[in-house]
Ligand binder design. Structure first.
Ligand SMILES: *Cc1c(COP(=O)(O)O)cnc(C)c1O
Length: 475
């Protein structure tokens, strides 16, 4: 249908286009029919014929498309719409927990548990021992208690939901006291003051952006106070002339007034990252020990599980939270609960955790290992990209992502791809677009005149090379 204009006088007429029935009889249409069904194929043929008709009428088609040609066009269109929109990609951005690329990859144990739960009926809210009704939280409650040292625990859709539910339960119609230095925006529409308003809680700000003192909190606590909130400023740092009231100090102040202290840890981790040579990120167990009455954190950040939000802390407060009707609207389904239980169980064996849990496994990879991977790939990649691009193994820096240790980078290695000779910077954008358009898209980042593919998250180099094989000819 993209035949060139030839300006001939004997212009073809739409009336001479093949009929739908004729196109349906072609081998290509038969194949499409088997794959996508007869109704969808007929629809796609009609659409292809409509398009050809419009082109003919506009004088933009010099020759009449054959029935085979129309069938192929219809088949292509069906193929494109059949391709999943939410499909796997190679995350070579260097950000391990990339929110836009779905954050944590699940351990095989979690994938298997989730798959089994999808295929079958499960004892979700059913006590198999007694044959009576059970609680869906029970599948992970004891594990969370064991791993965090908290008295009790519950699970909701994500950490944003956890914060919302806690605020609404403990602070509805009352005040929540927060430092001005901790009124964070996480990204998207998650801003602490907005969440407070929606939770029906009145925000009482104390201190200043850079300095908040114990006396600031003490002065703000009163008869209307429902809770004191501490927020881990996970995605930024205030440096210089600063003063933050530690969770321990704050716990003492809140306890003296009989007000609960809630600590939103954000990522939170059950594993001391210092063991991987990274800076120390507060663990949930520490936050509990420091005296928070409630701690909230995410399931799909450093914890390495499915999207979930955890609320752990004092049993009496967890009971109140579970009795809030909003809990039902924020609960998690059986698939994620199954994946979550399997993920948490891996934490019982800390020695093998860094091997089994993809998030930690990827964070633990050394620059040396990644540089060696780069050397092993560079020639093949250069061959697939052709002579207009040069491929070089370079040192680079990855980051954890999702707001965990925002200032820390991990020494990494990657492939830097640059256009050679006369090829322009436009060639780099075109290459990035071509890689994104692959059946298994490859996502890198453009930096300093190169397309950088950070290899930290590449665990299937053979699949990656095979995917590059689908690249057409590049400019
Ligand atoms: C990430 C984060 C949240 C939101 O958690 P989600 O799991 O993305 O809903 C809330 N608070 C803090 C401090 C965070 O870092």
């Amino acid at each position: 249908m993209d035949a060139p204009l030839d300006g001939s006088l004997s212009r073809p007429s739409p009336r001479d286009l093949p009929s739908v029935d004729l196109v349906l009889k072609t081998p290509a249409a038969q194949l499409a029919s088997e794959r996508f069904g007869r109704a969808a194929t007929t629809g796609a043929i009609r659409a292809a014929l409509d398009e050809a008709r419009a082109f003919l009428l506009a004088g933009q088609l010099a020759s009449l498309p054959s029935a085979d040609h129309v069938a192929l066009a219809a088949g292509d269109a069906l193929e494109r719409t059949a391709r999943a929109s939410l499909r796997p990609v190679f995350n070579l951005t260097g950000t391990v927990l990339h929110t836009n690329l779905g954050r944590a990859l699940l351990a095989e144990e979690a994938v298997e548990a989730a798959t089994a739960a999808m295929r079958s009926a499960v004892a979700l809210e059913y006590d198999i021992d007694t044959g009576t009704r059970g609680e869906r939280d029970d599948h992970v409650r004891d594990l969370l208690i064991e791993l965090t040292g908290a008295e009790d625990a519950t699970v909701v859709n994500n950490n944003a939901a956890a914060v919302l539910l806690v605020l609404n339960t403990l602070g509805l119609g009352r005040e929540a006291v927060v430092s001005r230095g901790e009124l964070i925006e996480i990204g998207g529409a998650f801003r602490m003051p907005d969440i407070m308003a929606r939770a029906g809680v009145k925000l009482v700000e104390v201190g200043t952006t850079n300095r908040t003192h114990p006396r600031d909190y003490a002065g703000a606590l009163g008869a209307e106070t429902g809770l004191v909130l501490k927020v881990h400023t996970s995605n930024y740092r205030i440096e210089g002339f600063t003063r933050e009231v530690s969770a321990r100090e704050l716990g003492e102040i809140a306890r003296a007034r009989g007000v609960p202290l809630v600590n939103d840890l954000g990522s939170g981790t059950l594993f001391d990252l210092a063991r991987l040579g990274l800076a120390h990120e507060p663990t949930v167990r520490e936050a509990v020990m420091e005296g928070a009455d409630i701690v909230t954190f995410s399931g799909d950040k450093l914890l390495g599980g499915p999207q979930t939000g955890f609320i752990v802390g004092r049993a009496e407060l967890i009971a109140k939270i579970n009795a809030n009707p909003m809990k039902r609207a924020l609960r998690v389904d059986k698939i994620r609960l199954a994946a979550l239980e399997a993920t948490l169980k891996l934490y019982r064996d800390p020695e093998r955790l860094a091997v089994k849990l993809p998030t930690l496994r990827l964070l633990a990879r050394s620059r040396g290992e990644l540089a060696a991977l780069g050397e092993a790939l560079a020639l093949d990649v250069a061959e697939r990209l052709g002579p207009t691009f040069a491929v070089e193994v370079v040192e680079c820096a990855s980051q954890i992502g999702s707001g965990a240790l925002p200032l820390e980078t991990l020494p990494s290695a990657g492939l830097a791809i640059r256009p050679v000779g006369a090829a322009s910077g436009g060639a780099l954008n075109a290459l990035a677009a071509a890689l994104r358009a692959l059946p298994l898209p490859v996502i890198g980042r453009i930096t300093e005149g190169a397309l950088l593919l950070d290899l930290r998250c590449l665990e299937d180099p053979a699949g990656f090379l095979a995917s590059l094989g689908a690249l057409g000819t590049l400019p």
